[in-house]
Write a protein that binds this ligand. Structure first.
Ligand code: HEM
Length: 132
């Protein structure tokens, strides 16, 4: 597995753990009503599980399994995908700070969309039919 996929997939697992923890806390709060501000974790629960885990896991696996160039090991312009990884996680973490930074959602979503575009540019040429 390429190093970049390791980073993407490990990061996705971290978000999975945090997202599940936050979900469990919110669920407990719903049943036990022990500390209402726990609901502040709700947007993080959704962001971490949908974007941080599911989306990032898909990127990591895609970067790994999409066909490589020729018979070599080249995965094309990896720098673009590294930039996508950094920008993507920057976006998620900024969104996690939405209660403290006013335009956090706008900045974070913009970073995530830009990361997606970089990933597409970095992977596009590897999406090709198998040679007979
Ligand atoms: C892959 C796993 C999961 C994903 C993608 C996910 C995603 C979501 C989403 C999108 C919502 C918002 C639903 C809405 O607005 O109607 C939500 C709500 C919630 N989730 Fe999760 N979730 C996951 C797992 C879990 C787990 C394991 C727990 C508990 C241990 C949990 C607890 C909650 C709670 C308590 C809510 C709030 C429900 C309410 O509005 O009353 N989630 N989740």
């Amino acid at each position: 597995m390429p190093r970049l996929s390791v980073w993407l997939i490990r990061a996705s697992f971290l978000y999975l753990l945090l997202g599940l923890l936050f979900g469990a806390l919110i669920l407990a709060e719903k049943g036990l009503v022990f500390y209402t501000p726990v609901w502040n974790l709700f947007p993080l629960h959704v962001e971490f599980l949908l974007i941080g885990w599911l989306f990032q896991l898909a990127l990591g696996v895609a970067f790994w399994i999409v066909p490589r160039f020729g018979k070599g090991f080249s995965r094309g312009p990896e720098g673009l995908v590294w930039a996508a990884f950094i920008l993507f996680n920057f976006g998620i973490l900024i969104i996690a700070l939405q209660f403290w930074i006013a335009p956090a959602i706008l900045i974070g979503r913009t970073a995530e969309v830009c990361a997606g575009i970089l990933f597409v540019f970095g992977t596009w040429k590897r999406i090709k039919p198998q040679k007979a």
